[in-house]
Design a binder for this molecule. Structure first.
Ligand code: SF4
Ligand code: SF4
Length: 382
């Protein structure tokens, strides 16, 4: 086996040489030798394949859902198609509500059960494989990533917000999550079931689609600002505003999977920290367990040193082991298809409603009032 050994120029951070002035009597740190990795890292090709597959799946589900809505809006005059239950993956708040319902009642939901199964699958993936849902599966995360990459190509660089703005902005997504989690925690299982079964709850997915179909000036402006911000700041939406990402991040804090850096072979080149879209100081830590790390493996891919930076499984009582990107991808696929497959085979995937009810509710989706939730009970606004 041939190993390339190079003398590395100087200790650096964030890619820039840091030639610090030597104080009188200071002993300079010996420069480390780079033992270059032999194999090219394939993690980013694998991640792109997984991201593309989920993006295509999401577009497919979105298209099918649109044609289902059109079928209902035309009173059933267009070709009838099945409502794709996978659309409930885009309803994380409902997923959280359904999870609370399952925990409180011990029963699986009869209406919109896919919201529960998808939420549970993504939560389990975060528990076992860090916040990989955001870095590998979420279509919004994928779009966000390619927006900042596009922005970097066009503008030459991305903006890194100073810490005094970055920190309070980052807390926004936790505040949003806290607001929803508190409101849901206050609801009883009966109140959740009533909410989901209300005319509003039954067409909450249609209302989400209509939000984008019938966009007004204010919404268009807000979306335009979000797109621009996403082009300039890496993962703007995910980093500052997404309560779903906040949930996954909190769950990932107890994940056995982490990014580990081997100090003895690290040459302090700072490349890992420079590419990290979550702005984590990878080059200065021994392990990354941050709620912001989404297992994207960009840092691992760029590290030039052999056996220095890896995604690892760290279970107490067992020796650590490296988790290659392909195993992470298989893990995500097993969790996702496992949950979806179980839900489908056990008859807990589709919501079945009488045809006349669907036609009536979908056509009047935007006229339904949000149920009022008081003291954990829900009723409909008059
Ligand atoms: S630490 Fe590495 S894996 Fe985690 S977000 Fe940063 S680049 Fe991605
Ligand atoms: S872990 Fe790798 S990329 Fe990061 S500073 Fe060390 S050698 Fe450079």
């Amino acid at each position: 086996m041939q190993v390339t050994v190079e003398r590395y120029p100087a200790p650096t951070r964030n890619g820039a040489n840091l030639e610090l002035p030597k104080l009188h009597g200071e002993i300079s740190k010996p420069r480390k030798k780079l033992v270059r990795r032999e194999k090219k890292d394939a993690s980013q090709h694998i991640r792109l394949a997984v991201q593309s597959a989920f993006l295509i799946l999401s577009v497919w589900i979105g298209g099918q859902f649109y044609f289902w809505v059109r079928w209902a809006e035309t009173g059933g005059r267009t070709a009838e198609i099945t409502r794709p239950a996978g659309v409930e993956g885009g309803l994380p708040i409902e997923g959280l509500m359904q999870s609370r319902y399952v925990l409180a009642s011990g029963h699986l939901p009869r209406l919109h059960p896919a919201a529960f199964f998808l939420f549970a699958a993504f939560t389990l993936s975060s528990l076992l494989l860090r916040k990989s849902f955001c870095g590998w599966m979420c279509p919004v995360g994928t779009i966000s990533e390619y927006l900042w990459k596009f922005g970097r190509n066009v503008l030459g660089r991305n903006v890194r917000l100073p810490r005094w703005i970055d920190l309070p902005l980052r807390s926004l997504k936790y505040l949003l999550l806290g607001f929803f989690a508190y409101a849901i925690a206050m609801m009883s299982a009966v109140a959740i079931a009533d909410f989901v079964a209300s005319p509003y709850g039954l067409v909450v997915d249609v209302r989400m689609l209509n939000f984008f179909r019938f966009i007004d000036g204010t919404t268009a402006c807000v979306l335009g600002i979000l797109v621009l911000a996403s082009m300039m700041v890496q993962n703007f939406w995910c980093r500052y505003l997404c309560p779903y990402g906040a949930w996954m991040g909190l769950i990932s804090l107890v994940s056995p999977v982490l990014i580990a850096r081997r100090e003895s072979t690290c040459i302090d080149c700072g490349k890992c920290a420079k590419v990290c879209p979550s702005a984590l100081p990878v080059d200065r830590l021994i392990q990354i367990r941050s709620a912001e790390c989404m297992s994207c493996l960009e840092c691992v891919a760029v590290c030039p040193a052999k056996n220095t930076l890896d995604l690892q499984v760290a279970v107490p009582t067992k020796p650590r082991r490296v988790l290659p990107a392909w195993q992470l991808a298989i893990g995500l696929a097993v969790i996702f298809f496992g949950f979806v497959g179980y839900a489908k085979l056990s008859g807990h995937w589709q919501t079945s409603l009488p045809r006349e009810v669907v036609l009536k509710l979908v056509s009047a989706a935007n006229e339904q009032n949000h149920p009022i939730i008081e003291n954990g009970h829900s009723g409909t606004e008059q």
